[in-house]
Design a protein around this ligand. Structure first.
Ligand code: MG
Length: 191
């Protein structure tokens, strides 16, 4: 086995669920084209802020619409390519990687709340999960992170009446704006 230098073993990442966390939630449906993908205010500058502090930013998303044949893999790729190019042009930073569970055959180990996507990302990018953070808007996001030994979890809930009474997340916030503020203060404490 190749021994990695300490620096490569200890990279830190913020893992983001996609819909409802970095872009406006499509509700019970799916984002079907680049036009329907509406990036939330503040995410572009957050990426720049994270990269300036040496953190990675990685998306871990479930896109069952591909397995259900509502869109194909190439459309999912176009949605992500447009997002990445738009972010790069406007903010000079974009996501370091995107892992998507599509429910196509052979991808079952990536189905939330299984840890598969995060485990793969940690291997690919030499990330220490215990030093990393997960942000999601569903219980299964938080459970996936805990199954992958992520050190800190933040759950976004959309309205006060939906605030989870018994969430397993370490922190709860009421909006994407609040998530950005809370995330920054957690990272400043860790630095
Ligand atoms: Mg979501």
């Amino acid at each position: 086995m190749i021994e990695l230098p300490p620096l490569q073993r200890s990279r830190r990442s913020v893992f983001f669920d996609r819909d409802g966390v970095i872009n406006h939630s499509p509700g019970t449906g799916y984002v079907l084209s680049p036009d329907e993908f509406i990036l939330a205010e503040g995410i572009g500058s957050l990426l720049k802020w994270l990269h300036n502090r040496g953190w990675l930013a990685i998306i871990v998303t479930s896109q069952r619409c591909v397995g259900k044949e509502i869109i194909d893999l190439s459309m999912l790729g176009s949605i992500h390519r447009c997002m990445q190019e738009g972010l790069k042009d406007r903010y000079g930073s974009n996501f370091d990687a995107i892992y998507a569970f599509t429910d196509l055959p052979g991808t079952k180990s990536w189905s939330k709340p299984a840890a598969g996507m995060i485990v793969q990302a940690c291997k690919d990018h030499f990330i220490d999960p215990l030093e990393s953070i997960m942000i999601g808007d569903q219980d299964r996001d938080i459970e996936m992170a805990q199954n992958a030994n992520i050190g800190c979890t933040i759950r976004i809930f959309d309205r006060e009446e939906n605030r989870p009474k018994l969430t397993k997340a370490d922190e709860c916030v009421g909006s994407i704006d609040q998530m950005i503020d809370r995330l920054k203060s957690i990272i400043i404490q860790k630095t």
